[in-house]
Design a protein around this ligand. Structure first.
Ligand code: ADP
Ligand code: 3PG
Ligand code: MG
Length: 411
């Protein structure tokens, strides 16, 4: 691990530590947290710092708030994105009180930080409620840096972002000669992903699914250069089938090119050419007349006939992929195999998750929905690693350098 971690920090008794976490957790319509793995993931760092005598100022973003943070109706419009429920869940998980503040910076925040005693925990308001976060504002960053003696980045899921709390804040700590380290979650994620990228055990199989190829082109190309085989599933299947000239019926399929980019079909053709010796596409599918017509679901071979939409991989494909997984020494998985949120279409994703859980292989799962699926099936503990990163996981595998990590002190 080339970066300093909290284990490298000297005595923390009486010190204040500003910890950037990624508590951007999914919530249901009523605003209840539907999955708290990102909160749980930061607990080892928070507990270690508290056990070592520190007081904590914890900060995170939540969601993507709408509108200009300086406008008068911003708070009411984005009320569901306050950190209130996160604070409650964090307090329950930590087993100690968490004081949630209604601001990110300002006099009250500074006073609250000044009054901290060892073992105390403050949680700031959603950092995206302040315009300085997205604007990478130096004055905003300085105000945050004034709250503490040490900066800890334990927000792996946000490491691909260059927002103020990720880059300008540690830069302000550096300017003041104060330490900047990563937490245990970031250290673990980096160690596992670096191992995967530098010296994976072979054969290495990539499992690739989910919605859009255009979101993942860099990741897919990087994966193709590293793995021995790539097994495709999910909605992106149909773009690849279309690119090969097959029928895809009414299946979900990207059509529009993003500005200045190739069309999705061109992208898919390029990937198919690049991975012609490695890519395996589904040989059968579960298809429906309408996404809500669960009773119409039937298995079709090869391509998708007119009037039907593919919603999951079929039984032959499941068997084929399970065999490949059983023979692999390393498996990297991003993207559900079907529209798994609907139980009747979850069989492919569930069977593949089961196969990974039983494999004698290093198994690494990344991606927001993929990780949620694995958790929902109760199989997360059976994987070598389930990343807390969505975009961060994809971009790290793609090889994008992260400014947030460049700001952390080297060993
Ligand atoms: P991740 O967040 O794990 O990277 P994506 O965001 O790429 O995954 O895609 C996940 C979404 O793709 C899921 O919500 C799932 O419902 C959807 N999906 C997968 N297969 C299909 C399909 N055949 N038809 C429609 N939606 C699908
Ligand atoms: C994520 O969920 O991928 C991270 O929390 C980053 O969130 P963002 O995509 O809104 O920047
Ligand atoms: Mg997603």
């Amino acid at each position: 691990m080339p970066k300093k971690t909290i284990a490298d920090l000297p005595d923390l008794t009486g010190k204040k530590v500003l910890v950037r976490v990624d508590f951007n957790v999914p919530m249901d319509e009523a605003g209840n947290i539907s999955n708290d793995r990102r909160i749980v993931g930061a607990l080892p760092t928070l507990r270690t710092l508290l056990d070592r005598g520190a007081a904590l100022v914890v900060m995170s973003h939540l969601g993507q708030p709408d509108g200009d943070p300086t406008s008068s109706d911003f708070r009411s419009k984005n009320a569901r994105l306050t950190m209130d429920r996160v604070a409650v869940r964090l307090g329950e998980k930590l087993g100690r009180p968490v004081t949630k503040l209604n601001d990110v910076v300002g006099l009250q925040v500074q006073h609250a930080a000044d009054a901290l005693k060892p073992g105390d925990v403050l949680l700031l308001e959603n950092v995206r409620f302040h315009p300085g976060e997205k604007a990478k504002d130096k004055d905003f960053a300085q105000q945050l840096a004034n709250l503490a003696d040490v900066y800890v980045n334990d927000a792996f899921g946000t490491c691909h972002r260059s927002d103020a709390s990720m880059v300008a804040v540690p830069a302000a700590f550096k300017a003041a000669g104060k330490p900047r380290v990563v937490g245990l979650l970031v250290a673990k994620e980096l160690e596992i992903l670096d191992g995967l990228l530098s010296a994976p055990k072979r054969p290495m199989v990539g499992l690739l699914g989910g919605a859009k190829v255009s979101d993942k082109v860099g990741f897919i190309k990087s994966l193709l250069s590293r793995v021995d085989k790539v097994l495709i599933g999910g909605a992106m299947t149909y773009l690849f089938l279309k690119a090969q000239g097959h029928k895809i019926g009414n299946s979900f399929c990207e059509t529009k090119a993003k500005e200045g980019q190739k069309t999705p079909v061109q992208m898919a053709q390029e990937i198919l050419e690049l991975g012609k010796d490695k890519i395996i596409l589904p040989v059968d599918h579960l298809a429906v007349t309408d996404i809500k017509a669960f009773d119409s679901a039937k298995v079709v071979d090869g391509e998708i006939p007119d009037g039907l939409a593919g919603v999951d991989i079929g039984p032959k494909t499941i068997a084929l992929y399970r065999t490949e997984i059983a023979q692999a020494a390393t498996v990297v998985w991003n993207g559900p195999m079907g529209k798994f949120e609907d139980e009747p279409y979850s069989q492919g994703t569930r069977s593949i998750a089961n196969a990974l859980s039983q494999a004698h292989a290093v198994t690494v799962v990344g991606g927001g929905e993929t990780a949620e699926a694995v958790e929902e099936f109760g199989l997360a503990e059976k994987m070598t690693h389930v990343s807390t990163g969505g975009g961060a996981f994809l971009e790290y595998v793609e090889g994008t350098p992260f400014k947030a990590l460049a700001e952390i002190d080297d060993r």
